[in-house]
Ligand binder design. Structure first.
Ligand code: ATP
Ligand code: MG
Ligand code: MG
Length: 375
């Protein structure tokens, strides 16, 4: 049988490995961590730094195709792996998505709409950029941000120095604040022959800049759905993606769509596809990366997903039986030993005849996890 290599070892790799194992693949993973969410599922876990190009070369030699679940793999590492077989998506896609300047410029070049933005190289350049863009705006570090880390809101030009200090490191990008009506995502997959599928449009609700709840489908007009899917298809083609990519979108107050950012891999908002669709985002990733035909992405029933952050462990082990007392609820835990606040430990999904009921069920299940505190 064939062996899939995964660079990175978090929950995204774990769920990919579960799909791969189910379809008869062997799975090798490489990351700096031991006993990782992916390593627990893989046939072989290599512990090495992503900067260790010799280790990555040895790893790539032992597998038939390489993909990644950690976004900040260097171009050098992707190039070394590509000497020994396909790396999908290709290193250039990773490189574009690792940096908000490159990503935004590539989107603009492809004719795709984003929030207004300015590249800001230094604190000295920031006041002029604020003046050009207007307030309020958001300063984001160009690389290595996730879950809203490395971002600061700017309400007046006097906030410039504090915002620059708060994001930790430059260079940065300054974006106009979008007064969005909703946040959306489209998870799409593209095969080596250019064949494409997507999972429709998902609605995303954030709390403290971390994804909290996702719902399939988003409540949009047919024209908005078509437009969102067209944008995703255009990104897949413009970036020549082979694999899975998620486009995060804002729906503005006029019903227009703007691209927020891209993730060149399965996305937290697509976790609900495991229960909602015959072939999940991880199944599609496996199929695309390994050169198999893509699968059926049709959503079967309205489904909602709620993230489980480490905060839920504050009073001890959550009450899993209580959450699962509704039969439409499914539980996913990622095998992480330390439940830190803000850390994604797992998620719940619930299906229902309509989307509001799916949201209600998944919220109720999550609320039931927290045991009543002693009087
Ligand atoms: P992740 O990769 O975990 O999705 P991130 O740290 O890369 O997050 P973004 O997606 O850029 O960050 O921003 C996080 C959230 O902050 C967005 O989902 C949105 O709620 C809000 N946000 C970001 N940019 C803007 C903007 N220009 N206008 C309004 N809200 C924004
Ligand atoms: Mg991001
Ligand atoms: Mg985001």
């Amino acid at each position: 049988g064939a062996t899939l290599g995964i660079l990175g070892s978090g929950q995204l790799g774990r769920m990919l490995a579960q799909s791969a194992r189910r379809m008869g693949y062997r799975v090798h993973t490489l990351s700096p961590a031991t006993d990782s969410p992916t390593g627990q599922i893989a046939d072989r876990e290599t512990v090495a730094a992503y900067e260790d190009l010799d280790a990555i070369e040895r790893f790539a030699r032992g597998v038939d195709a390489v993909t990644f679940e950690f976004e900040n793999i260097s171009s050098a590492a992707a190039d070394v792996a590509a000497r020994h077989g396909p790396v999908r998506p290709r290193g250039e896609v990773l490189h574009l998505c690792q940096n908000r300047w490159r990503e935004k410029h590539a989107l603009t070049d492809a004719g795709l709409p984003t929030a207004p933005y300015e590249a800001v190289e230094s604190l000295e350049a920031l006041p002029a950029a604020i003046a050009r863009l207007g307030t309020p705006c958001i300063l984001k570090t160009a690389g290595f941000g996730y879950d809203g880390k490395g971002q600061a809101r700017i309400n007046t030009v006097d906030d410039a120095a504090a915002a620059w200090a708060a994001i930790g490191r430059g260079p940065a990008i300054l974006e106009g604040v979008v007064d969005f009506a909703a946040e959306l995502s489209v998870v799409a997959a593209r095969g080596a022959a250019g064949d494409q599928v997507d999972f429709g449009v998902i609605e995303n609700r954030h709390v403290d800049h971390i994804l909290d709840v996702s719902i399939a489908d988003a409540p949009l007009t047919d024209a908005q759905i078509t437009r969102a899917r067209e944008i995703a298809a255009a990104v897949m083609e413009a970036f020549d993606v082979v694999g899975v990519l998620c486009v995060e979108l804002f729906l503005d107050q006029n019903g227009g769509l703007l691209v927020n950012e891209l993730a060149p891999r399965p996305h937290n908002s697509g976790h609900l596809t495991i229960e909602a669709c015959p072939s999940s985002q991880f199944d599609q990733q496996l199929r695309a990366v390994c050169g198999l035909p893509l699968g059926d992405t049709q959503r079967q029933r309205p489904t909602a997903m709620a993230n489980l952050l480490g905060d839920l462990w504050a009073q001890g082990e959550p009450d899993w039986a209580a959450a699962l007392s509704a039969p439409s609820v499914n539980l996913h835990l990622y095998g992480k030993a330390e439940p830190r606040p803000g850390r994604k430990m797992g998620h719940l999904t619930a299906s229902a005849p309509d989307r509001d009921e799916a949201v209600r069920r998944v919220q109720a299940a999550r609320a039931a996890l927290v045991r009543p505190s002693n009087p």
